[in-house]
Design a protein around this ligand. Sequence first.
Ligand code: GLU
Length: 328
Amino acid sequence: MSSAVCRLAPSPTGAQHLGNARTFLIAYWSARSQNARLMLRIEDIDSPRIKPWATAQAITDLNWLGMDWDGDPIIQTERSTLYDQARNQLMEAGRVYPCTCTRRDIEAAASAPHESTASGWTPDAPVYPGTCAGWKNGDPLPEDKPFCFRFRMHAKPDRFFDRVHGEVTCDPIRDIGDFPITRKAETAADCLAAYQLAVVIDDIDAGVTEVVRGDDLILSTFRQLQLYEALGHSPPSHAHVPLVTGTDGRRLAKRHGDTRLSHFREQGMTPETIVRWAAKTSGLCPDSDDSLKDMTLDQIHQKLIGQFDWVHIRRQPTVVDDFGSAID
Ligand code: GLU
């Protein structure tokens, strides 16, 4: 095994669908092509959206597609002590403050978002107007309203190199702004870590060297790069892979029909079919290449691992009309 460390990080907020499958497969092929240690992390901190059945089903889905990983799964809900320590470190460094604003307060006070960042990405949330940002470490915590902890963005870093999209730039203050690193609660002890903090702490803790995920998270990487810097760690490399969308240009959801992997499994579709579809639509295997058709699942994986190279991955989303027939 090399010193590279990669991860598969499903969120058990519902069933995993075709789009998730393709992202996981690309992450898997990349990891195995580097002879990396590959871990599975269950990102189950986003209650109440977490579904109790979805973790086991995600594991079944990944195994069904022929993916494996090294060691036991990491479960985020078991790691709150680590996240709290990091939050305290950031507080002592003056990088976080308690914020009592509601989503509605923020939307009402935020100026209209800029249409796109310098690299053409659409901002993913209203920019926080700074209402609670005057708080200094040592000031009392709010007592009359629930609060979250919010991280102060700095102007830099304003660019990073993405293995799929090349150089991505934005103005972190104008396009992103201060963001929550915990959920809201009445007391600091009850403010549980939110996605941005948990993912960075887990990746630091495991020594992750490459993050592969959907490109809907590309602007979150600017948030996470600042967390790495504030915590004194260097970041991993990033590869944001395009999403699978419906013809309306929106990412897969129920309105596009049943694209759950469990549904295809129950319908009798083979995992080979889905893996071949993922290889072709991601650009890793030319459409004209029929050689995968006669191979077993394991042979398909070995071939894709052997020829894996980020230069082949398409930057454009894959638009699919009728998923059932598109992947046959
Ligand atoms: N859990 C996220 C997802 O399923 C991925 C988050 C990440 O890789 O940072 O899309």
